[in-house]
Design a protein around this ligand. Structure first.
Ligand code: HEM
Length: 113
């Protein structure tokens, strides 16, 4: 529910929507199940995700340079989706994890820039 609702917002977002729909041309039928596994693992430590998100975003960043404003908007949409649907420890954890992963991604993507 979290992942589906989040990407419904992402798709139509004026700041980052086009990165997903026009630039990366995301195949949602493939991407959503990957993201179900990723968030399940990130929040509940199920071991369900074994991908390499850094590589994906490094490739994306070459195709279309990402910036801090894109990441802020991503985080705003993610946090607002969590807050609309959930409350409690796991809701807090999901938002914290999103921020920390996003921070690490930005450090890695923007280092030396
Ligand atoms: C400006 C911010 C971001 C943009 C524009 C972005 C965009 C994308 C795009 C286009 C894909 C590829 C989808 C596909 O074609 O399959 C992707 C994959 C993914 N993203 Fe992001 N992303 C952003 C931030 C984040 C953050 C902060 C996280 C984690 C908290 C994240 C987690 C992932 C994961 C786990 C994948 C799947 C990688 C795989 O295939 O295993 N993304 N993202």
């Amino acid at each position: 529910m979290l992942v589906k609702s989040f990407y419904e917002k992402v798709k139509i977002d004026p700041v980052i929507g086009n990165i997903f729909t026009d630039i990366a041309r995301v195949n949602w039928e493939k991407h959503l199940p990957v993201m179900f596994d990723f968030w399940e693992n990130t929040i509940f430590y199920t071991g369900s995700y074994a991908g390499n998100p850094m590589k994906t975003h490094q490739q994306l960043n070459k195709l279309f340079p990402l910036n801090a404003a894109h990441f802020s908007q991503w985080n705003r949409l993610f946090a607002s989706t969590v807050d609309e649907l959930f409350e409690g420890d796991k809701a807090v954890l999901a938002k914290q994890r999103a921020i920390s992963i996003s921070t690490v991604m930005q450090v890695k993507l923007f280092k030396g820039a």
